[in-house]
Design a protein around this ligand. Structure first.
Ligand code: SAM
Ligand code: F3S
Length: 457
């Protein structure tokens, strides 16, 4: 019988991607089957995140639970990976000596050997080094799972924002070779994937070498990817405003397959705070970038990350953030109260603002962005949207569900053989978390109108 592997993932899409690859890897080398139930697993892995402290606290409470499973099944192998492992590998072994495997975001490709060594020696194995690109060379080919896929194109971050642990836990920026990314996406397209999201902590810092020894930037990569038949929607996340070159802005004018949605973290609308965060741009610079992007693609929707209550943030700084939000108009936010991260420069700064004030600011910001998102959803009523059909609707299996370019879930009636296709949907209703619509026609690709397969209009 196949051994079972359970992976619990905390944190960002990069971690989700890494966990999926760990599953593929251990399946290909050791025949593991992935299970959602940790109690039936032979190996349980935690893929951790240390961007904010709450995520870190969760690691030890989870390990406490798994320790009880190990008391019942002494052969259970427990592993901790990701950013917490990278930062606190030895400390984890001290605090939780029943852990067998400690691996970092750049060493999970070595898990098969580490697992063998634990079985042979019954001693813990720890590897949290940063061996750069080796990881991607050692992973099995990506597996398509549905109509959408994530593809990691670069790793790490060299920006060293004063509040962030990522450069310390994931290492400096490095990019995958251009041809490897093209080959992976081509392969995914052969298996029915229609939408690709390129991933990286600073995805637009991508600079991959080509087989001709040249360096390709993200704009060039997107141009090539949009030529692949079958791939009809491209996204990328997360971008840094500083790395947003003119060629990438122009891509929004030139590449129809590039989705009408961009996640562009700004963090704060106050120049003073941006300087103290070491973000490297001004509020005005961010505004001008948005203006250029909207000149290239007037319909572009923007979402952003905000940190509330960075040390020294005054009411005036916060008001400046709200002004920026009013002038740009955001569709969604990933906004959190600042969390001091040990070892980062900002953790040394005096932070006199009360938690109560920070919470009030956070709620004010989130309420305004929710209002803006609702306005955008309402304005979509009566419009026709290209929707990639992902499967059946959650609440009503007789209906289909898909996503618009600006990432809204749409439920509508249609035959099951539309799953995996794009359908033009006329939006009829905007609900708080989704839209409803009527199908006009299904089609195969953005550029190839001649490929239209079904039409109900
Ligand atoms: N590359 C992206 C950028 O340009 O900012 C961000 C990647 S970062 C891992 C994801 C988000 O986590 C950041 O945008 C920031 O809002 C949030 N974050 C990072 N460190 C944080 C901290 N110490 N406290 C609160 N939020 C934090
Ligand atoms: Fe973190 Fe700033 Fe890089 S937020 S991931 S150090 S761009």
């Amino acid at each position: 019988m196949a051994k079972k592997l359970h992976i619990k993932t905390f944190g960002c899409q990069m971690n989700d991607y890494d966990s999926a690859r760990i599953g593929d890897l251990l399946e290909s080398t050791h025949g593991f089957e992935v299970t959602n139930d940790p109690t039936e697993a032979d190996v349980v892995l935690l893929n951790t995140c240390s961007v904010r402290d709450k995520a870190q606290e969760k690691v030890f409470s989870h390990l406490g639970r798994w320790r009880e499973y190990k008391a019942e099944n002494p052969n259970l192998i427990i592993g901790v990976g990701g950013c917490v492992a990278s930062q606190e590998g030895d400390a984890i072994l001290k605090r939780a000596p029943y852990v067998d495997l400690i691996f970092g975001p750049q060493t999970y490709h070595r898990l098969p050997d580490m697992y063998d060594s634990v079985l042979a020696s019954r001693r813990p194995a720890l590897d949290v080094s940063f061996p750069e690109i080796e990881k991607f060379d050692c992973l099995p080919p990506a597996k398509a799972d549905g109509v959408k896929a994530y593809v990691s194109i670069m790793e790490g971050c060299s920006k060293y924002c004063t509040f962030c642990v990522v450069p310390y836990t994931r290492g400096e920026e490095f990019s995958r070779p251009f041809d490897d990314v093209i080959a992976e996406v081509y392969e995914l397209a052969q298996h029915g994937v229609r939408e690709i999201t390129l991933l990286g902590q600073n995805v637009n810092a991508y600079c991959g070498s080509t087989h001709r020894g040249k360096i390709a930037d993200l704009a060039m990569l997107l141009t090539y990817l949009s030529e692949i038949d079958g791939i009809d929607r491209l996204r990328f996340t997360t971008s840094h405003p500083l790395d947003f070159t003119d060629s990438l802005t122009n891509a929004y004018a030139e590449l129809r397959k590039l989705a009408d949605h961009l996640h562009l973290p700004v963090q704060s609308g106050s120049d003073r705070i941006l300087t103290n965060m070491k973000r490297g741009y001004s509020v005005d610079g961010y505004r001008r970038l948005v203006q250029r992007l909207r000149e290239a693609r007037p319909s572009l929707n923007l979402s952003s990350d905000f940190i509330i209550g960075f040390p020294g943030e005054t009411d005036r700084d916060f008001d400046a953030t709200m002004e920026l939000i009013e002038s740009v108009g955001f569709d969604q936010s990933f906004s959190f109260i600042y969390s001091p991260r040990p070892g980062t420069p900002a953790a040394e700064l005096v932070d006199a603002t009360s938690q109560e004030v920070k919470l009030h600011r956070l709620q004010t910001l989130q309420a305004r962005i929710t209002e803006m998102a609702t306005e955008i959803s309402r304005a979509m009523i009566g419009t026709t949207q290209a929707v990639l059909v992902e499967g059946t609707s959650k609440k009503n299996a007789a209906q289909l569900k898909g996503r618009t370019e600006n990432n809204r879930v749409v439920n509508f009636d249609g035959p099951r053989d539309w799953i995996g296709q794009f359908v033009d949907i006329k939006i009829t209703e905007a609900l708080p978390n989704s839209l409803r619509g009527e199908a006009l026609r299904a089609w195969m690709g953005v550029v190839a109108e001649s490929n239209v397969r079904t039409s109900t209009a």
